[in-house]
Design a binder for this molecule. Structure first.
Ligand code: HEC
Length: 109
């Protein structure tokens, strides 16, 4: 009985985290990011998994990436993109949502 309850709650936790990831992807889609990015593959911009890897363990990465998404810019992925710039998203996307998107990207594995 107890084991069954545990199994049910584990499944609920798993469903919850999958739900969160797809909510973040929906936000990325609604914000227009997926025109140039995907989690797994380079599109116009770098794969978001590669972004997460590049900044793994970098405590300043979140603030720097939030700035980058707000203001746009280029130069960090020239070898991948050929120098295409990332467009600025502030104020089209709210600061809170930009922060959410960067948290989502940095948490990818
Ligand atoms: C028009 C295409 C395009 C769109 C739309 C776009 N990006 Fe980008 N993105 C790029 C390019 C190109 C780069 C590489 C910039 C560079 O070389 O520094 C990039 C880089 C990034 C990086 C890594 C930045 C760095 O300095 O390492 C993040 C994070 C990112 N994009 C998030 C987003 C988010 C979030 C959105 C939606 C709000 C978005 N992008 C929409 C093209 C795009």
């Amino acid at each position: 009985m107890k084991a069954r309850l545990l199994a049910v709650s584990a499944a609920a936790v798993m469903m919850f985290s999958a739900g969160q990831a797809s909510a973040d992807l929906d936000l990325a889609k609604a914000s227009g990011c997926l025109a140039c990015h995907s989690v797994e593959k380079k599109v116009v911009g770098p794969a978001w998994k590669d972004v997460a890897n590049k900044y793994k363990g970098d405590a300043g990465a979140k603030a720097a990436l939030v700035e980058k998404v707000k203001k746009g810019g280029k130069g960090n992925w020239t070898e991948v993109t050929g120098g295409t710039p990332m467009p600025p998203y502030s104020p089209r996307v709210s600061d809170a949502n930009i922060e959410k998107l960067v948290d989502f990207i940095l948490a990818l594995k």
